[in-house]
Every structure is written in C-alpha cells, then in structure tokens.
Design a protein around this ligand. Structure first.
Ligand code: NAP
Length: 253
C-alpha cells in the first residue's frame, strides 16, 4: 500500500507507541484518524503530525464500547471518506498475581474487575474496531490493512494473566482475519513488542531499568519508533499478511 493520501486509523494515539506510529507515518502525507479516550489529549500529536505533512482528524472514543466504536467508524467515513488501514494499538494493564499466598494465607487474588477491564479494552476493543473497520473496507471496496498490537507477554508473563490472555487473543485474531478477509483484498498482521522505552519506562529508577535491560540479549529496550517502523513496513509490503512480528531484541519470556 502506498501510504500517501490513505486514511489510517490509530487507536490510543495520544501518547506512547500510538503517537510514535502517527509521527512515523506522517511524512508519507496520509490522512491520520487519531483516536483516544479524550479527544483533547490528541492535540499535541495532531499538531506534530500536521507539521510533518499529514492531514489529521481527531476522535474521542472508548474502544471497549460497541456504540462508541460504531459511531467512531461512521464519523471517520463521513470526515475522511474511507478507511484504508487500522492500527489496533489502545491498551491498558491491571497487573496482579492470580493468587498471592504468603505465610500460610491468601493475601490477594486477581479481581474480576482487573480481569474484565483488560479484556474489555485489549481484546474486545480490538475485536470491535477490527470488525467495524473491516465492514467499511469491504463495503467501500478498499483493499485495506489491519494491524493488532500484541505483546511479548502473549507467551505468558507472571502477574499478567489478564494481559497475556488478551495479547495472545489479538495475535490469533490477526491470523484469523488474514484468512477470512483475504478474499476482499484485506491484509491483517500483528506486532508483539518486547520492552519499549515509553514514558512509563522512562520514569523507572536506574536500578530497575538496569535489571530489566540486562535480561534482553540486545542489552537495551526498543524505541517506540522501532515499533512504528514495523507498522510502516506492514502497511507498505503488500505480501505481508497473517503473521505476528516479534520486535523484542531477542528477549524470550
Ligand atoms: P500508553 O502509553 O499507556 O498509551 C495507550 C493509549 O491508549 C493512551 O493514550 C490511553 O489513554 C489510550 N487508551 C486506553 N484505553 C483506551 C480505550 N478504552 N479507548 C481508547 N483509547 C484508550 O501505552 P503504550 O505503552 O504506548 O502501548 C501501546 C500498545 O502497545 C498497547 O496495546 C500495549 O499493550 C502495547 N505494548 C506496549 C509495550 C511497551 O513496552 N510500551 C510493550 C508491548 C506491547 P489514557 O492515557 O487516557 O489512558
């Protein structure tokens, strides 16, 4: 796909990896439909992308709510004319051990709220956005692309029962969609990042940061732009579909 002039939807675009993806794609002069919970949070990234050459539309929506997502994609088509690509990036964590047992007693359990909050955003949100984007691509005759942001945790990470389950799910969904939607010329893929140097990580103490990076064979965290580069590659390469790209400096959990 030639990115120029194409409408590319990025969820969770206000910061972190989503913002990096928007800035990486902006010089190709796409129409960026940037989505986040609060539309005002998208102001800074929208300005930066416009300065880099993109046309930008901002949208506030909760990807976990079906009515929000249907309304979102209707608005995107109304304002941008079509949906050519979707990056399902919005995600949250609510980490906890399944069971915390110490000195002969259960101290805590992962709550149903913790489980449900992560599944709602990270799994159901991806399903809803993927479904609505695919419908509009098919109806509009667009040979589009859907990219789901998974995680290295999809292999199973202690303290992340909820997150690991959701991230395994979105990787499997990308493969499923690649098979189901190929007949319409739609491609789908997933990216499973390792530890990436986002704002959250930047605030860590040097000792904690050191401990984290020492276990990574490449001895450093990934940069947000290295994930964005993978998004750009998947969009541009028309023979890429149905695969999960592990961008993790060779780390294995
Ligand atoms: P981030 O900095 O927390 O940014 C996520 C964005 O998504 C925030 O702007 C957030 O808004 C928004 N968001 C949260 N819930 C939403 C909802 N229900 N509807 C719409 N937007 C919502 O996260 P990140 O580190 O950039 O991560 C981006 C994606 O990469 C996530 O799917 C994450 O699981 C995945 N990932 C990240 C890493 C990493 O090391 N950073 C590694 C592997 C995978 P608020 O600020 O208002 O909450």
């Amino acid at each position: 796909m030639d990115i120029q002039g194409k409408t590319i939807v990025i969820t969770g675009a206000a910061r972190g990896l989503g913002a990096a993806m928007a800035k990486r794609l902006a010089p190709h002069k796409p129409v960026l439909a940037l989505v986040d919970l609060k539309v005002d949070d998208l102001a800074a990234v929208a300005t930066a992308c416009e300065q880099l050459g993109a046309t930008v539309q901002r949208f506030g929506a909760n990807v976990a709510k079906e009515a929000d997502v249907i309304g979102l994609f209707d608005q995107i088509v109304a304002k941008c004319g079509a949906v050519h690509a979707l990056v399902n990036n919005a995600g949250i964590t609510r980490d906890a051990l399944l069971i915390k047992y110490k000195d002969g007693k259960v101290e805590s359990k992962m709550s149903l709220d913790q489980w449900q909050a992560v599944l709602d955003v990270n799994l159901t949100g991806v399903f809803l956005c993927g479904r609505e984007a695919a419908e509009r691509m098919i109806v509009g005759g667009v040979r589009g692309v859907i990219i789901n942001i998974s995680s290295i945790s999809r292999a199973g990470n202690a303290g992340q029962t909820n997150y690991s389950a959701a991230k395994a799910g979105v990787a499997a969904m990308a493969v499923t969609w690649a098979k189901e939607l190929a007949r319409y010329g739609i491609r789908a893929a997933a990216i499973a990042p390792g530890f990436i140097n986002t704002e959250m990580v930047a605030g860590m103490k040097p000792e904690a940061r050191e401990k984290l990076t020492s276990g990574i064979p490449l001895q450093r965290m990934g940069e947000p732009d290295e994930i964005a580069q993978t998004v750009e590659f998947i969009l541009e390469n028309d023979y890429v579909s149905g695969r999960v790209f592990e961008i993790d400096g060779a780390l294995r959990l």
